[in-house]
Design a binder for this molecule. Structure first.
Ligand code: BG6
Length: 606
C-alpha cells in the first residue's frame, strides 16, 4: 500500500505535496518523492526513508519552484526501497512523470516488450512500465494516452501523471486502489485518501474504478474508460485527520482486521495463473525440493503461531515433515539442521532479533532459508535464499492481524505448491478453490459476528479465559489467546482440548469462561465431549463453530460463527471472530489497543 498526492493551483506545489505525503505516511514509509513542473520542465526529488528526508532535501519544498506536481510515499512490493525504485518515475524523454499505488500483475511481460522496443528502465518496480506506456501512447491527448495505457495493465492502480506539454494539468486514473479528488478554490488536488486533503479542502469527489480525471486550477473533468465525461457529485468530508488515517475506524487494529479480505486477496491473486499457484520469486527446483527431509518453521509471537497453523496443511498435502520452533529457543538448542532442511522464517517486520539470530544459526548449519515477510528489503528478506512477500501493506497496530492471516495464507499456498511439485496431490483444483475463497470467507466471518461486541461486555471482566481446541483448532486457539492477552491484558491460556484431563481441568470452576474452537469436523465429536467435560464443572462455554452445527449449539452457552471452509485452511477464517472478541474486550477495558503497554511492533533486540 502506498500513498499518492497531486496538486495544481496558484501556490507553490512542493510544500503542499509534502504536507499531503506526511498525512499518508501510515500507508507506506520506506521511500518518497515529488515531481513538480515549472516552465515546461519536470524536476524530480526522491529519497529513501521517511518524508522528513524529502523535506530536508527540498528545504520543505521551498527549493522546488512550480505550481503543478505529484508526490508518492512508498511501501515497497516490487523492488527494494531505494532512490531508483522510489516514485515518481520519469519517461525516457523526461516529458512524463507517474506515481502509482497498487500492483501491476503483468508488469514483467510489459517490461520485456518495452525494453525490446527500446525503452530504458531505471528501476525494478512494476510501476515504471506505466510511464513508458504513457510516453508511447501520447500523441498530444493525455486522456487517450492514459486510456490506452491502462488497457494494457492487469492488477490495481491509483495513478497520478503530469506532462510537460500539458501545463497546469494533473491527471489521475483509478482501478481497485482508492483515489479521491479534492476540489478547492482555484486549485485542485488528488490523494489516496482524505487525510491528505482535509487540511486544504473538505469538498471531495470519489473516483470509481475505471474512471479518469483531468485537473486544472479551475476545473475538474472526470471520464469513463471510453473517454466519455462522467458527472460526479462533490461530497463533504466530516472526518478529522486522525479518524481519516484510520479510515474512519476508531483504531488501526480494527481497520487492519477489516482490511484482511483485501490483504489476503493481494497475497493470493498475483500468484495464481491459469488455475495454478506460481511462486515466481521462489526458484526452488524439484531436485532441491526432493532433497528436503524436513521443514523447520521458526518465528516469534503471532508469526510463530502462524507457523503452527500452517504446519497441518504442509504436512497433509506435501507429506514433508514440519517442525515449528520458537526462534528464541531454536537459536540456543543446537538444532539438528543440515542441507536437507528447508528453514521457513516468518516475520512481519523482518527485523525481529531472535528470528534473525535463529535464521543465521540454521544457515550456518547448511539449511536453505525461505522467508515469509511483509517488509520489502528487511533484514530477514535480505538474508534469505528465497523470499515470499505477504503484501498486507503497512501494519500499524502492534498486535498483528492482517500480518498473521497473510502469513498463514502463504503457508497454505506453499503447501499446495510443494505437494503439486512432488505430485502428491490429487484434488488440486478443489484445494486451490478453497484457498481462493478465503478473502470472501474472511469477509463473511466479519459480517456474521457483529454480535461479538456484546459478547465482549459479558466476558471483559473475567479473571482468566481458556481457549481450547484440537488439531487445526488448537493452532488457532494459540493465536486467539495471544490476541486477548496482548491487547486486553486479561490472562488467557490456549490448551489442547485433549490435554485438559491431564491436569489443567483442575482450574475449571463455576463461571470459568472457556472459548471452545470447533471448526474441524474430523475431531468435532472429541471437542464436543471436552465442552461437556468443562461445563459439568461449571464452565461457561463460548463456542466458535459453523452456523448449522446443532450439536455444539445445543451444549454451549454463547456462540461465534464461521462460514464452511476446508478445515485444513480454516485458521485465517477462525481467527477473525477471536480478533474481534479481543478487540472489543480491550475496548471495554479501556486499553490502548494500537499501542499495548510493554509491547513493540518489532523487537529488534534480544
Ligand atoms: C512482537 C509483535 O513484538 O513480535 C508481534 O508484537 C509479532 O505482533 C512478534 O508477532 C514477531 O514480530 P515479526 O515482525 O517478526 O513478525
Amino acid at each position: 500500500m502506498c500513498g499518492i498526492v497531486g496538486f495544481t493551483g496558484q501556490q507553490n506545489a512542493a510544500p503542499i505535496l509534502l504536507d499531503g505525503l506526511k498525512k499518508l505516511e501510515y500507508r507506506g514509509y520506506d521511500s518518497a518523492g515529488i515531481a513538480v513542473m515549472c516552465d515546461a520542465q519536470i524536476s524530480v526529488n526522491k529519497v529513501t526513508g521517511r518524508i522528513a528526508n524529502l523535506c530536508e532535501r527540498t528545504k520543505d519544498g521551498e527549493a522546488v519552484p512550480g505550481t503543478v506536481g505529484i508526490g508518492h510515499t512508498r511501501w515497497a512490493t516490487h523492488g527494494a526501497p531505494t532512490e531508483e525504485n522510489a516514485h515518481p518515475h520519469l519517461s525516457n524523454d523526461g516529458r512524463f512523470a507517474v506515481v502509482h499505488n497498487g500492483i501491476i500483475e503483468n508488469y514483467i511481460a510489459l517490461r520485456e516488450k518495452l525494453i525490446k522496443d527500446g525503452y530504458h528502465f531505471d528501476s525494478e518496480t512494476d510501476t515504471e512500465v506505466i510511464v513508458h506506456l504513457v510516453e508511447r501512447y501520447y500523441k498530444g491527448d493525455m486522456l487517450e494516452a492514459l486510456i490506452k495505457t491502462t488497457n494494457k495493465l492487469q492488477g490495481s492502480y491509483a495513478l497520478g501523471v503530469i506532462c510537460s506539454e500539458e501545463p497546469g494539468k494533473i491527471y489521475a486514473a483509478r482501478e481497485a486502489s482508492p483515489l479521491i479528488i479534492g476540489v478547492g478554490a482555484d486549485e485542485n488536488y488528488f490523494a489516496s485518501d482524505v487525510t491528505a486533503l482535509v487540511n486544504h479542502t473538505r469538498n471531495v469527489i470519489y473516483l470509481e474504478d475505471g474512471e479518469f480525471a483531468e485537473l486544472s486550477p479551475d476545473a475538474v473533468h472526470v471520464y469513463d474508460c471510453l473517454g466519455k465525461p462522467v458527472d460526479k457529485k462533490v461530497t463533504r468530508v466530516l472526518w478529522d485527520v486522525q479518524a481519516a488515517e484510520k479510515g474512519g475506524y476508531e483504531h488501526f487494529m480494527l481497520k487492519e482486521i477489516m482490511e484482511q479480505p483485501a490483504a489476503v486477496k493481494a497475497t493470493i491473486a498475483p500468484r495464481v495463473k491459469d488455475g495454478k499457484i506460481v511462486f515466481e520469486e521462489l526458484g526452488i527446483t524439484l531436485p532441491q525440493l526432493k532433497k528436503i527431509r524436513k521443514i523447520v518453521i521458526t518465528a516469534c509471537g503471532s508469526a510463530y503461531y502462524a507457523g503452527c497453523a500452517g504446519k497441518y496443511a504442509i504436512e497433509h498435502l506435501s507429506k514433508i515433515p514440519v517442525e515449528v520452533e520458537l526462534a528464541s529457543e531454536l537459536r540456543y538448542s543446537d538444532p539438528l539442521i543440515d542441507e536437507h532442511t528447508l528453514l521457513v522464517v516468518i516475520s512481519q517486520s523482518g527485523e525481529t532479533a531472535d528470528t534473525i539470530a535463529a535464521m543465521k544459526e540454521c544457515k550456518a548449519r547448511g539449511a536453505k532459508s525461505l522467508a515469509i515477510v511483509n517488509v520489502v528489503g528487511s533484514t530477514v528478506a535480505k538474508l534469505a535464499d528465497y523470499t515470499v512477500y505477504t503484501w498486507a501493506g503497512p501494519e500499524i497496530a502492534v498486535a498483528t492481524t492482517k500480518g498473521y492471516t497473510t502469513q498463514v495464507t502463504v503457508l497454505y499456498m506453499l503447501a499446495l505448491y510443494f505437494a503439486d511439485m512432488l505430485d502428491r496431490v490429487d484434488d488440486y483444483s478443489i484445494r486451490l478453490k478453497a484457498i481462493e475463497s478465503l478473502p470472501r470467507k474472511i469477509q463473511q466471518a466479519i459480517d456474521i459476528n457483529s454480535h461479538v461486541q456484546y459478547l465482549a461486555q459479558k466476558y471483559h471482566g473475567s479473571k482468566s479465559l481458556f481457549f481450547i481446541g484440537r488439531n487445526t483448532d488448537y493452532a488457532t486457539a494459540l493465536e486467539g489467546s495471544l490476541k486477548m492477552k496482548e491487547i486486553s491484558y486479561l490472562h488467557a491460556e490456549a490448551y489442547a482440548a485433549g490435554e485438559l484431563k491431564h491436569g489443567t481441568i483442575a482450574l475449571i470452576e463455576d463461571h470459568q469462561p472457556v472459548i471452545a474452537l470447533c471448526c474441524n469436523p474430523m475431531i468435532m465429536e472429541k471437542t464436543l465431549s471436552n465442552i461437556v467435560e468443562v461445563k459439568s464443572r461449571g464452565a461457561e462455554v463460548l463456542a466458535l463453530t459453523f452456523k448449522n452445527n446443532q450439536k455444539i449449539l445445543s451444549v454451549a452457552d454463547d456462540f461465534m460463527f464461521i462460514p464452511d471452509i476446508d478445515a485444513l485452511f480454516s485458521a485465517v477464517i477462525e481467527i477473525v471472530p477471536l480478533q474481534l472478541l479481543a478487540y472489543y474486550v480491550a475496548k471495554e477495558n479501556g486499553c490502548d489497543i494500537d499501542k499495548p503497554k510493554n509491547l513493540a511492533k518489532s523487537v529488534t533486540v534480544e
